[in-house]
Design a protein around this ligand. Structure first.
Ligand SMILES: Cc1cc2nc3c(=O)[nH]c(=O)nc-3n(C[C@H](O)[C@H](O)[C@H](O)COP(=O)(O)OP(=O)(O)OC[C@H]3O[C@@H](n4cnc5c(N)ncnc54)[C@H](O)[C@@H]3O)c2cc1C
Length: 384
């Protein structure tokens, strides 16, 4: 009888960036027996990166994109496993309400996909919605769905849970270490640090979020850092805005929101105005976006408009042209792997993406097809 070794047995890996994607990838590499070190420029869950805060939505609502819906199902299961393993509170099942239009190409196809997947989703008439969620005025919407599965992941806590798991699996997290570039030399891959020193390993995974161009400028990846922000409102009545009575909601590109969290804050945001950002230059709140959200609240959630805006959390999205992720090998290298372009919706998939990137790193069959995440799709679509 011969024993089966994990695919990463006796190998080493460096992960550049300790956001949700990098931390989850490091955990998955460590599970394969690799000796893993995460190099994080600041600290994990820092305010300026995407992977932080009280909440990130986890929704199965992806229009007709059934692959994402299936991936969310798997990912949610994996987040629950992580919560059980670490004893941390990572997920609140608040349910997800979609306020849409019959012709928006998203709400009804999404309903069909979720229904076919066996998720607990229902279509609501306006009257049913008003009865179930009297906080919303829904007269302008004609396609409304409610899915009891989904809600919010507690983002910073999730990243810390991944750090717990990484430690338990023997991995190392080094904070305050900035990588300037990556390279492959023969059978080894490596990184050059800001102080000019080098580290090498069998594999390097780059998960630098909106800073991707600082680390691999030579690739000129089709990833655009843009500004993102969410607003927090206090002073609302808990009996109307706590999880259990108030769901996570989606209202097209205009707004999305969450029940009370943290110190009793209601959270609201929009897909934003896609203002390009330099991730190395801090910026303040986008007043135009805030005013648009206030107008939305007055119209659709009037009782929320009576609250007080207490905080605006500014951070960044790393957008690809099609808003699908990049999970691929560095062109021409078999030892450097890139996870990028999470386009403002990657957090919920974090723990699963870590598995997919680890599978790519060690040439395993991934749990989900990676074709739509390959870099080659951009060259195929050029010229159209
Ligand atoms: C306002 C906002 C709301 C969002 N809402 C949702 C949501 O509701 N649901 C959802 O699923 N997703 C949401 N997202 C998207 C989600 O948060 C991101 O897709 C996800 O967190 C991306 O993780 P990441 O690890 O790729 O990047 P990041 O979290 O940005 O991590 C990258 C890390 O790399 C480090 N790094 C960068 N350069 C270097 C270097 N040279 N050397 C060493 N380290 C480096 C950075 O310091 C950073 O910690 C939202 C994003 C924003 C900004």
């Amino acid at each position: 009888m011969h024993s089966v070794q994990p695919t990463g047995h006796n190998s080493s890996a460096l992960v550049v960036g300790g956001g949700v994607i990098g931390m989850a990838t490091a955990c998955a590499l460590a599970a394969r027996g690799a000796d893993v070190t995460v190099l994080e420029r600041y600290t994990i869950a820092h305010d300026w990166a995407s992977s932080h805060g009280y909440s990130r939505a986890i929704r199965h609502e992806y229009g007709a994109k059934a692959l994402y819906t299936k991936m969310v199902r798997r990912s949610l299961h994996m987040w629950k496993e992580l919560a059980a393993e670490t004893g941390r509170y990572l997920y609140t099942e608040a349910g997800v309400l979609t306020l849409g239009h019959a012709d928006d190409g998203y709400t009804l196809p999404g309903y069909q996909v979720m229904y076919d997947e066996g998720l607990p989703v229902v279509q609501l008439t306006r009257q049913q919605c008003l009865r179930a969620f009297p906080q919303f005025r829904v007269y302008e919407y004609d396609a409304i769905t409610y899915n009891a599965s989904g809600g919010m992941l507690h983002a910073s806590e999730c990243v810390h849970a991944l750090a717990d798991r990484l430690r338990a699996r023997g991995g190392t997290l080094r904070e305050g270490v900035r990588v300037s570039r990556v390279f492959q030399k023969g059978e080894r891959a490596g990184v050059v640090l800001q102080d000019g020193s080098q580290l090498t390993a069998d594999r390097v995974v780059v998960t630098a979020g909106p800073w991707i161009h600082d680390v691999v400028p030579e690739l000129a990846l089709p990833v655009r850092p843009v500004r993102g922000q969410v607003c927090y409102v206090e002073g609302l009545r808990p009996e109307f805005f706590n999880p259990g009575t108030f769901p996570v909601f989606l209202a097209g590109a205009e707004a999305y929101g969450f029940p009370m969290q943290g110190p009793g804050w209601f959270k609201i945001g929009s897909d934003g105005r896609s203002i390009p950002a330099n991730p190395n230059v801090p910026y303040g709140p986008d007043e135009e976006d805030i005013e648009a959200l206030q107008r939305f609240m007055l119209r659709v959630i009037p009782s929320a408009s009576r609250g007080k805006l207490v905080a605006v959390d500014c951070c960044m999205y790393d957008m690809t042209p099609d808003e699908d992720f990049i999970l691929d090998k560095y062109p021409g290298s078999d030892r450097i792997i890139i996870g990028s372009g999470f386009s403002g919706h990657g957090f919920k998939f974090g723990v699963l993406i870590g598995e997919l990137l680890a599978a790519l790193t060690f040439d395993e069959e991934p749990a989900f097809p990676l074709d739509s995440f390959r870099l080659s799709r951009f060259s195929q679509s050029s010229g159209h």
